[in-house]
Design a protein around this ligand. Structure first.
Ligand code: PLP
Length: 397
């Protein structure tokens, strides 16, 4: 074996394989053996993409929308995104040069980081967090700086702690509301306090709002870019995966002031070129059409969330927060029970319940787990009953 031939680039040295996948892959192995798995690990809707979206896509495909689109995306979709951002978020972005359609929200995150991180630039990531942020920062040559979220704050950013974490090297701060994996939502007063800490710095706010429509109990989503002084420093990331059940379509977008979006487009131009053309017609139909399908899916998530709150309220081994958004609960459990990766594998093997260990989102969360409720209600409730029972049996008094 020629070692030099096989040597990966140095930038990969600190980029581990995904811990979510370990559980996912084992769950599928068991499923292939005929075992019924309670899938509480999957971060995607369990619904089909609404028919209206599929129809518009098929129509575009039949009409020959099979060639490269503009690097920015088709005008119809950029117009629909601009209209949506105005209608839902009170934001004004020019479809011509302030919105780029990307290959999922993932690509929007990636091109923002590639455009703005120089070697050694720091990116503040509130953790536990979606693991892609830290790994994309590393791949782009930056340095992730983890800001520990606390159970006592409901896993929301403490603006004072954020202020202390900002240094002259801070180039970017990740804001994710509603948040993966905790379901926490940042309200307006908290966002205003965060905005105040960013004033006068060189930090770009990378605002991931992919879960904005998955929000419950009358809580309102506030877009950080809509706050005074924030538009000029915010790159807004969103996509169609969660609210429209389009995760496999790989469509998202990046919006921001033209001076910032311009360099992200440069990265996009030489990497993915454009998002799939015919699919973009489907996404435009999703935004332009009646939102009944989306609301039906959100109502079902809300029903599951209620049932989980009832279950969690009636037990005493898992601690939890209300999780006002997304489709996740973040739970912590006693330190006398096994650490999260061991416990997650144990409950999968013995009880056939798949959950993600907290360490996938934050190395220090040895006794945390993410529960996703993107599975049928009966599976979610039975899975949680089994999990509670397993943790209780493995906790030493
Ligand atoms: N942002 C967050 C916070 C997520 O949790 C996810 C997926 O799990 C994404 C972005 C990815 O979105 P997409 O599938 O559009 O790339």
């Amino acid at each position: 074996m020629n070692e030099s031939l096989l040597r990966p680039a140095a930038r990969l040295a600190d980029v581990p394989a995904s811990k979510i996948r370990v559980i996912f892959d084992r769950a599928h192995e068991l499923e292939d053996q005929g075992v019924h798995i309670y899938h509480l690990e999957i971060g995607r809707p369990d619904f089909d993409t609404p028919a209206l979206i599929k129809r518009a896509t098929v129509k575009a495909l039949d009409a020959g929308a099979v060639h490269y689109a503009s690097n920015w995306g088709i005008p119809e979709l950029r117009n629909a995104i601009a209209a949506k951002l105005g209608r839902d978020n009170g934001l004004t972005y020019a479809p011509a040069d302030e919105i780029v359609v990307t290959i999922g929200a993932n690509e929007a995150v990636w091109i923002a980081m590639m455009a703005y991180l120089d070697p050694g630039d720091e990116v503040i990531i509130p953790v536990p967090a979606w693991p892609h942020y830290a790994q994309c920062v590393r791949l782009a040559g930056g340095v992730p700086v983890f800001l520990q979220l606390r159970e006592g704050d409901g896993w929301r950013i403490d603006p004072e702690a954020l202020g202390r974490a900002i240094t002259p090297r801070t180039r970017m701060v990740i804001l994710c509301t509603p948040q993966n994996p905790t379901g926490a939502v940042l309200d307006q007063p908290r966002l205003e306090a965060i905005a105040a800490k960013l004033q006068g710095t060189n930090a770009i706010a990378l605002s991931d709002e992919i879960y904005e429509h998955l929000i419950y109990d009358g809580v309102r989503h506030v877009s950080p870019a809509s706050l005074p002084g924030m538009r000029e420093r915010t790159l807004l990331v969103s996509g169609f995966a969660k609210a429209y059940a389009m995760d496999g379509w790989r469509l998202g977008y990046l919006a921001g002031p033209r001076e910032l979006v311009k360099w992200a487009l440069r990265v996009h131009q030489y990497t993915t070129v454009c998002a799939p053309t015919f699919e973009q017609y489907g996404a435009a139909a999703a935004l332009d059409g009646l939102q009944d399908d989306r609301e039906r899916m959100v109502a079902e998530f809300a029903r599951r969330r209620r049932a989980i709150l009832d279950l969690l309220g009636a037990q005493d081994v898992l601690r939890y927060s209300p999780a006002e958004g997304a489709f996740y609960f973040w739970v912590t459990y006693p330190e006398s029970a096994p650490p999260a990766s061991e416990l997650a594998m144990g409950v999968l093997e013995e009880q056939h319940v798949a959950v993600v260990p907290g360490t996938a989102f934050d190395e220090t969360q040895e006794h945390g787990l993410r529960i996703a409720y993107s599975a049928p209600l009966e599976d979610v409730t039975e899975g949680i009953r089994r999990l509670v029972d397993y943790v209780r049996r493995h906790t030493k008094n």
